[in-house]
Design a binder for this molecule. Structure first.
Ligand code: ADP
Ligand code: TZP
Ligand code: MG
Length: 262
């Protein structure tokens, strides 16, 4: 079994530069999370420079949370460069089932071969073409409901697919893992799921994608558990969560990771 703490050390030693084309809601939260884990985030989305920047970044995150036509063009240009150069890129299909614009963007980005697709259960089901009950950016389906969609999506796209929730599910279509770390306050704070996409990209810049996705989820969830010990609600949790991401070391993660192969 992989030593998840070693995965954290590997990511921190690489301190990767990660380009994030992400939604307005998440930009500040995500950049702070990524700095706390030891990566270098850059929020670069203009059509005129997104592809050029993708050529210098070590990994890329594309998050469709607050879409507009210009952003879609930037996303496609940056993802194309990452795919061409063999750089890992993470797709977060926020609320992909909600509107025709999002469904089309999801299909177009999927064709550009994401390395990792991460979403909540409703998003993964919708992206896989299944009926889903998403409530905007929030899930109304269970992770168990989305496991079949995740497997099908991984096999059809070649990506590692991560479904987040109380117990996360990650698969590359042949090997699958469940990660039981986390705290119920996490979905009560906006942009934590988005931030997780950036953390997965940072891990994937330095190691294989299945290992990267699982390690990032165990680390993220463990930080949530530690934050819950000292916080009183979503406000103080958000602050304690950043501190926990920063202070968790390899030994703490190796001891605290609740990962099982499915
Ligand atoms: N009920 C829960 N209990 C524990 N951890 C959770 C719970 N819901 C979500 N998480 C964790 O919160 C993080 C964000 O997941 P999620 O809330 O599903 O994403 P999103 O915000 O994109 O919908 C993940 O690390 C996930 O494991
Ligand atoms: C609320 C909201 N609306 C559009 S993007 C966004 C943020 C979603 O963040 P997350 O998926 O991490 O909850
Ligand atoms: Mg999300």
């Amino acid at each position: 079994m992989t030593d998840w703490g070693t995965c954290l050390t590997t990511m921190r030693q690489g301190a990767p530069l990660v380009q994030n084309i992400t939604n307005y809601v998440s930009m500040n939260v995500m950049a702070n999370v990524m700095l706390a884990v030891g990566a270098s985030p850059a929020m670069v989305h203009a059509e005129q420079e997104a592809a050029e920047f993708a050529a210098i970044a070590q990994a890329l995150t594309i998050n469709i949370g607050t879409l507009s036509a210009h952003w879609i063009a930037s996303m496609k240009a940056a993802a194309s460069i990452a795919a061409q150069q063999g750089k890992p890129w993470v797709l977060d299909p926020v609320a992909v089932g909600a509107t025709a614009m999002r469904r089309q963007a999801g299909r177009d980005l999927l064709a550009l071969k994401p390395t990792i697709i991460k979403g909540n259960a409703s998003e993964i089901m919708a992206l896989a073409g299944e009926a889903a009950r998403g409530k905007g950016a929030d899930s109304a389906d269970s992770v168990a409901d989305a496991e079949g969609a995740a497997l099908a999506l991984a096999r059809a796209s070649g990506a590692v697919v991560a479904v987040t929730g109380p117990v996360d599910f990650v698969t590359d279509g042949s090997r699958s893992f469940r990660i039981a770390n986390g705290d119920a306050t996490m979905p009560r704070i906006t942009a934590l799921g988005c931030s997780l996409g950036g953390v997965m990209a940072a891990f994937a810049a330095t190691q294989p994608p299945l290992q990267a996705a699982v390690a990032a989820l165990a680390y993220f969830g463990l930080a949530g558990e530690i934050a819950a010990e000292t916080s009183q609600g979503p406000g103080s949790f958000a602050v304690a969560f950043l501190d926990a991401l920063h202070s968790i070391d390899a030994g703490t993660l190796s001891a605290g990771a609740k990962v099982t192969e499915a």
